[in-house]
Design a protein around this ligand. Sequence first.
Ligand code: ADP
Length: 795
Amino acid sequence: MKRFPFPLRFSIPAVLVLFGTVLGVVSFHQEITKTYRKTEEDASHYARTLGSQIAGILDYLYRSRDVEQAELVISQLGSDPRLHLILLVDQQDRVVLSNNYELRQRPVSTTEAAPHLLKFPDVRQKMAGDLSFSQDRRYLRAIYPVILKAQPGELRPSNVGILFIEYDLLSEKRAAYAAAWNQALTSSAILALFCIGLWFFFDRTLTRRVNRLVAASNQLANGEFSIRAGLSGSDELAQISIAFDQMAAGIQENTKTLRRQNTTLKAQQEAAIDGILIIDENRTVISYNQRFCQLWQIPPELPEQGVDQVILESVLASLAEPEEFIAKVEYLYQHPEEASRDEVLFKDGRILDRYSASVISPLGENYGRIWYFRDITHLRQSEEEIKQVQRFLTSIIENIPNMIFVKDAKDLRFIRINKTGEDLLGYSREELLGKNDYDFFPKHEADFFTTKDRDILKAGNILDIAEEPIQTRDRGLRILHTKKLPILDDTGNPQYILGISEDITERKQAEMDLRHAKEVAEAATQAKSEFLANMSHEIRTPMNAVIGMTRLLLDMSLTPEQEDAVETIRSSGEILLALINDILDFSKIESGKLDLEAQPFELLTCLQEAVDLLSASAKLKGLEIHSFHALDLPTMIVGDVTRLRQILVNLLSNAVKFTAKGTIVVSVTAHRQDQVRDLESGSGPEKFVASGAAGATYEIQFAVQDTGIGIPVEKLDRLFQSFSQVDSSTTRRYGGTGLGLAISRRLSELMGGKMWVESEVGKGSTFYFTILAPIAAQVLPVNLHPGVQATLPQS
Ligand code: ADP
């Protein structure tokens, strides 16, 4: 359709004006024509009537020879201004009468009527009037015959004049014109008013509303989706407006949805771990994400240019196989129906996983191609590492000295076994795999294995078979230590059984041998201890006799030499006795025959007694012994006072022995113990702790500190072993057996405690030990019964 070139607001009024004008002109023209015709008709009628009447009158008057009257008639006619020329012409065409006197008696040919002379004969002939209009239709001429003098007996009058009347229509036409003009003006004015009204109407109903629609469409086209035409009414335009508004609302909604989808897609694209590039069917870049630029190490301005080729060219240099890459890309662009997945290798060792597929609409139109890239360099590396680990594990599994095998849970067939397994059982993998225990082992063994396997599968946890006899092909019966566990699938059902077996045949044999040897050795130790105990006892008695005798001898009068000799005998005897006592104690402890007493005693008294015993020899060496104790120390405790004193004397005598100058400090502290734990703890001391106990148990800690020679660090660990001395020179210088500390530690351990030492060479040593002791039922103040052993009825 050809576009209408003018806007309605102009074209409608223009059309109306044009239409009005044409209408006005046409109606005016018709009116004029009509009026003119009417005027002419009226004039003709009038002229005819007048002509025939006047001709008749004149006829009559001339017959009665009343020429005067005829003259009067003519002059009366002449008073009518419309009658421009009136002539009465005789037979010879001479003017007889006229409204213009000057024309009388003149031939017609000299008057204005001359052009019409030609018609006269005809009129005379026919004896009938003739009417005719002038060329310009201004004048109407009536020509009538008038019988001037009828001759008697004449059939045909011979003297016939002519009445010529010229009627001027000008004034009438003017009046008619003016009337027509007025009417035309009036109707034009009405028409104009009507047109203006019409224009207003159109403006209201059409132009403005159309403009509003047009403006709304333009705004919509410019992206203002919230625009609405909102025309009211129920006409077609209003309907169009409603349709438009619905369309706009639809577009707005769709745009919103599209924008949302677009945003979501964009966000999705940006959030992806993959680099994404989308190219349309003309190989223009439609979309890409930041990750894409990062992966390909290109600035974002490059894809911004929108040309796929530019990107391709810029990345080629960094690729390991650029030709192959280009070929693949080109191939895929030429085969839009194909998807592809492969890897892109870079010169710097990076690997990208590339996936590409066409973008096809649901209607099957091809919109180009989408490319995904993911950096799988690390993945490949870890895969390689995993492979290495797998190889490593496999080699471990293959070379481990244990048999490792896997059976399927369904029918317990071997599905995997390592080399050690092959060697142990004496069957090759080919022989073993796919078979079960009944194919290799005696029935009772196979029954045993199968039952165990079923048990594991039922229980679902590890089974430890400490000793599993198994009949091998060429190594006879072997003893295995086997652990089996079920391997579950995702749903928690057992799928496999994994077994690990250690061949313990040799170890088992060695253990048996060892146990036997140990039993023999223990028996020997026992015998030795008993022997020593007996021997000690046997030696102690004569020794006491020897010492007693030498004391008696010393009381007698002896020469100085004799006294010296006897004194030597006595001191040597006492040393020997001490040694024997030590040995006796030690062997008692070793053979487990030492029983501790459980009697209430005063802790501080015991300590004081030990100090007193050593104070003399200390004083001899110029040493001082100080003792300290904590204030919260329990007064009375239950235990073996003799053995406690023995430990203290031992440590104190060592301190005195190995100290040249300075002081020796003994200190005691105590911590209340948790009752329950103490009663339940240990096997040795519980009797000691429990009997005679009446209240809380205490851990009592003793420390004997000296400023002596100290002990080298490397010797500390050997210190508490029996017969151990730091070095032989010490023995030579200080004497001793090397049993004291060993006995002391064992005693403290029997009392539920322990012993340890801190020492520095040249500065001194501190020996610590602890014992566990319950406080006694009845507490007697220490100072009331000094040195008295409290005896209480046993509970
Ligand atoms: P002995 O009867 O030989 O003293 P002990 O078992 O009592 O046996 O002591 C073993 C060795 O530990 C001693 O020979 C000595 O070398 C070292 N020793 C013990 N107590 C001390 C100490 N207070 N200072 C330095 N050395 C010590």
